[in-house]
Design a protein around this ligand. Structure first.
Ligand SMILES: C[S@@+](CC[C@H](N)C(=O)[O-])C[C@H]1O[C@@H](n2cnc3c(N)ncnc32)[C@H](O)[C@@H]1O
Length: 227
């Protein structure tokens, strides 16, 4: 099994206490999650929404009250995460795809809004560029790609400072250091973040215009791009 194939198993395990762990482990997590609604244009009314790496559904849960009649498609490699979504969203029209992004078929011009919350940093650079092209093709005209993540490469000169600040943040909620050790093991094995400047270039190459980062604290970024 490839190293990356273990993402599904890693997130099956992570699903058990997911939201509390994210709040304590990811700086600005709740602000970044609420950004998925806060920064959409007022007149934007998507009827077809794709959530890439839905996890336990925190991003879709933000969107549903605003767009209750939209059709949602949720993709995630982790069966346990998909199960959490099925339980949470039982009353809504949702299509589930329990698979890796590389196996998902991005039908052309199918979605008004595509969201990805903290999921694309698991993809290496080549896959990110390919996914950006798939996302652009799968959006309808004027559709929006909306994306939050840690956006700094591990070779960026600012990366050591990012780790120091991040460690301090995690120690507030988990002072015994065990959680930080676990985060760093997960980060080493599964996380491949990329500088936001480079991703903006790739998004332009994929055909996006009007690319903005309305929320950005250090390298914790919410980005929006229009097809
Ligand atoms: C950190 S969680 C984010 C969940 C949620 N979107 C949020 O913002 O809290 C990342 C999710 O992406 C999924 N994931 C990561 N890489 C993936 C891939 N290549 N294909 C499908 N799902 C993937 C994981 O299984 C996990 O549930």
């Amino acid at each position: 099994m490839e190293k990356g194939e273990n993402i599904a198993l890693e997130f099956n395990e992570f699903s058990k206490n997911y939201t509390d762990d994210m709040i304590g482990c990811v700086p600005h997590y709740l602000e970044l999650v609420s950004s998925f609604v806060k920064y959409l244009p007022d007149n934007f009314k998507p009827i077809s929404i794709l959530d890439l790496g839905c996890g336990n559904g925190n991003i879709t849960a933000q969107l549903i009250p605003y767009f209750p009649n939209a059709t949602f498609t949720l993709v995630d490699a982790s069966a346990e995460m998909i199960e959490l979504c099925r339980n949470q969203f039982s009353g809504y029209e949702i299509n589930y795809s329990n698979m890796y992004f590389k196996d998902f078929i991005f039908d052309a011009e199918s979605y008004d809004l595509i969201v990805a919350g903290f999921s694309l940093h698991h993809c290496h650079n080549i896959e990110k560029q390919s996914i950006f092209k798939d996302i652009n093709s799968a959006l309808k005209k004027d559709g929006i790609f909306s994306y939050s993540d840690l956006m700094i490469s591990k070779t960026n000169p600012g990366h050591p400072m990012l780790l120091e600040d991040w460690n301090q943040f995690v120690n507030i909620s988990f002072p015994d250091g065990e959680k930080w050790t676990w985060i760093m093991e997960h980060y080493e094995a599964f996380d491949k973040p990329t500088d936001y400047q480079l991703q903006i270039e790739w998004l332009k190459n994929a055909g996006f215009s009007n690319i903005q980062t309305p929320f950005k604290k250090d390298y914790w970024v919410y980005l929006q791009a229009v097809k």
